[in-house]
Design a protein. Structure first.
Length: 95
């Protein structure tokens, strides 16, 4: 049996560094009021929208979109920076 560790969440309504240390991206909740062409992009970076792209999710239809990342998630060595794209807000699940 594996050891379960704490899972946390961070909310942002604008482009922002949501985690500034090594972590794993476990999932996201994306809220969109009007569709757009800019995807939500998560970078392995604690301060800017640059560097390695860990995940990109298109949110072109209005509504709430849930993203579940299987297994142990995606490793971010330097933290998580979220570019919200066309989304109104993004809640990142990490741990």
């Amino acid at each position: 049996m594996t050891v379960q560790y704490d899972v946390k969440a961070a909310y942002t309504a604008a482009d922002a560094a949501v985690v500034t240390y090594r972590t794993r991206l476990k999932g996201m909740y994306i809220a969109v009021s009007t569709g757009g062409s800019n995807p939500v992009t998560v970078y392995d970076n604690s301060s800017a929208a640059s560097g390695t792209v860990l995940f990109r999710a298109g949110a072109t239809v209005a509504g709430a979109h849930t993203v579940v990342i299987p297994g142990d998630g995606i490793l971010a060595l330097d933290g998580l920076y979220v570019d919200t794209g066309s989304a109104d807000s993004v809640t990142v699940i990490y741990g």
